[in-house]
Design a protein around this ligand. Structure first.
Ligand code: OOG
Ligand code: MG
Length: 257
């Protein structure tokens, strides 16, 4: 496909995300390769940067079995995070701004040095300033939250909003920390950071490698989301959503009534 066609598709996914409107799966009309889907993602995010948003990191997807099983896909994917997607800890979102948002418990890395290409988990951790409990609010722009791999990649891997808790020192064992995500005090998803590729640091290594394939450096100061440790839970109005992560603390937000 030529760049004009890809640009046209980028406009479709960008507009759907901006307006919170559902669209048909791209794969019903277009035959995108995975590579073209990443190009659409880059072009559609370029439109957002053009409106003043700034990239502040990347998110990894399908790093846990729970997420792969829930969505029926089993390849690692990634997407771009912008400053506008960040919801402050304790903040409120309005689900009217989304199509059909879901939330999942994650772990976030903050980089103190750039990362690029292939490295060991040990080398990757040398670039980490801090780790934090986090929640990602995902929102597929596709009807019924259904997609194939190129569809979801073109749609910035369902990236929509994210909330980060307090930053913690990274020189601790976070390979198997319990995570309990609650709606109004009721546990809805329970898991462990070990579900994230066996160790969340592997998600960081994957992010550096996959971003490099797209020519992107993970920059100092960026946030890397490791991927959902459990399946995602659908959001509704008037909820208090809280994640308790063993040893590293809590993070919460609410949805407008
Ligand atoms: C795709 C995004 C996956 C994760 O953490 O695994 C993801 C989706 O499930 O819609 O963010
Ligand atoms: Mg996620």
């Amino acid at each position: 496909m030529n760049v004009n066609e890809l640009q046209k598709i980028a406009e479709i996914v960008d507009t759907a995300a901006k307006d919170g409107n559902a669209i048909a799966q791209l794969s019903e009309t277009y035959e995108l390769t995975l590579e073209e889907a990443y190009e659409v993602q880059a072009l559609s995010m370029g439109r957002r940067y053009g409106r003043g948003e700034m990239q502040v990191g990347v998110k990894m997807g399908f790093t846990s079995r729970a997420k792969m099983v829930q969505m029926g896909l089993d390849d690692l994917i990634w997407g771009r995070l912008t400053d506008k997607m960040l919801v402050e800890d304790g903040g409120e979102i309005d689900i009217a701004d989304y199509v059909h948002p879901r939330v999942e418990p994650e772990l976030a890395f903050l980089l103190k040095r750039p990362l690029y290409g292939n490295m060991t988990p040990f080398e990757a951790m040398e670039a980490v300033e801090a780790i934090a409990p986090a929640m990602e609010i995902i929102d597929s722009r596709y009807e019924n939250f259904k997609f194939n791999l190129p569809d979801v990649v073109a749609d910035n891997s369902s990236s929509s909003s994210f909330v980060i808790g307090n930053w913690n020192r990274p020189d601790q064992d976070f390979s198997n920390l319990g995570m309990v995500m609650e709606f109004d005090g009721r546990p809805v998803e329970i898991g462990s950071t070990a579900s994230i590729l066996g160790h969340p640091t592997r998600a960081l290594v994957g992010a550096a490698r996959m971003a490099a394939e797209a020519g992107m450096v993970l920059e100092e100061g960026w946030i890397i989301l490791a991927g959902g440790a459990t399946a995602a839970a659908a959001l509704s109005r008037g909820l208090n959503v809280r994640l308790d992560a063993e040893n590293i603390g809590r993070v919460n937000f609410s949805t407008k009534a």
